[in-house]
Structure formats: structure tokens, C-alpha cells
Design a protein around this ligand. Sequence first.
Ligand code: PAF
Length: 281
Amino acid sequence: MQLTVTKDMEAFHRALLTSAKEGRRLALVPTMGALHAGHLSLVEHARTLADTVAMTIFVNPKQFGPNEDFAKYPRALENDIKMAEKAGVEIIYAPDAEDIYPEGYSTSVSAGPLSTQLCGKFRPGHFDGVATVVSKLLLRAMPHVAVFGEKDYQQLCIIRRVVEDLDIAVDIVGAPIIREADGLAMSSRNTYLSAGERGVAPRLYDTLVNTGREIIMGNVTTKAAIADAIKLLTALGFKVDYLELRDSDTLEPMDGFEPPARLLAAVWLGKTRLIDNIPLE
Ligand code: PAF
């Protein structure tokens, strides 16, 4: 298929129809652009699951709080198009905000309690914004499968919940976190870090790994291991929003260790908020 790049919903639908008429299975990779190797790994994963890969590029205003970084969030559409095409994306849909949320728009999707804990506690309304836009994008594309990164692990769980609850007929697939050589999870927001902060940032992943090891070995209680980790991160200059052990499937809090579990954290380094998580199995 020839590459289609459009911000027009009808043109997007025409490209999807061409693919469908050829009997091709469709995978969707929703993004906010500013692509990096993490996004490309989602595309690579999507290509193993479908014949046509479509990508959406949309910086969704509804998932940013009033004091968050919507205005400064990196935007690099030209470069994103080149990277996506090279990775094998055949349809790129990059709508304007007025197209997704036209005048009079007033509906919101909420996944309930899953949305108000962990990151949701610190970013009120964020996950409703994510659930709303992802529902709209899935309904516009109706792909067979959609791929999301495990870096935003809570987001992935919420999207699974929403799709199941709203009977949206799509398989939601999570793809593993891609890390820099020093362990820092790739994120478009890493560009906000100063050189000094960038040097410290990988200590988040190190701390998760070491804490996970302590928890699995069971030499200390989960509570004590987490308290030590928060103390260490704070001493290193991070401000910890949370570091918690949760059930991998339900995100229920966990006192003792019972696999499959996830150790999840959100921290601030200066003005940059970083999130990361690891599986404990
Ligand atoms: O993970 C992201 O990039 C965004 O939250 C998503 C899923 C594209 C929704 O805007």
C-alpha cells in the first residue's frame, strides 16, 4: 500500500477501506507523536500481528491538566512521518483538535476507580482524557488489534477495561518497555531533562530492579523494601509521587508478594515527571 498521511477523517476512512478490501488485517498504534525507538518498537510489534499498520498522531488536550505540559509537549510531525514510514506504517492519521472535539463536544469516558489511583491520584482527569480519546480513535479506525506500550502500564490496564466494558471489538496488546542503554525508559518527556538530571534519571530503574529483587527474595517485607526505595530515591534528588506493588492484572494493591505483580513508580526530577514499572514474576 502507498503511504497515506492525512488529518481528514474521510481520507483516513478511505485508506482503511482500501486496506480492508484487500482483506488485510489492521493494527492501530495510537501515539502523541515525538516518536522515539519505543514507538517504533510498537510498530514493529504491530507488524507481527497485522498486514496494515495505521498510526494516529494526536496530542490530546483532554489528558493534560491545567498546570501540565500540553503547550510545551514536543511536536515533530514531519520527522514523525519519516520515522513511521521507515518503520512500515502505511496510514498516518494526525487530526486537529477541532476534528476530535468539535464545538459542542461534551462526552467523557471514565474507567472508574482504576482511573483515580496511582497516577490518577496525582493527575486528576488524565485517564478520563486518555479513555475518551482512545475510545474515539478506536471507533474511528475499528482495527483488529491496537498496540500500547507497557511503559504506561496503568493506561494499558484502563484501556483494556474500557474496551471490554464498551464492547469495542479490538484486541488490546501491550508491548514491553524500550530502555536507553543505561536503563532509562524511553519517553518523549526525557528531552525535558537537563544534562545533570539525565545522569541521575536511570537510578529510577536501578532502584525498581533492586527493590523488586528484595521483594522476591523476601528477606524484608514489601512495605520495608518500598520504604527504603523511596528513601533512596529522595536522597538522590527525586520527588516520589508513588512507588507501589500492585497486582499485574487488576492493579489491586498488594501487601505481600504474589505473582504476577508490577512494581510501579512515578517521580519528579526537577520539572520532569518520569514513570516506570517492572514485572515481578
Ligand atoms: O500513550 C500515549 O501516547 C497517549 O496517552 C495515547 C494512548 C496516544 C492517548 O492520547
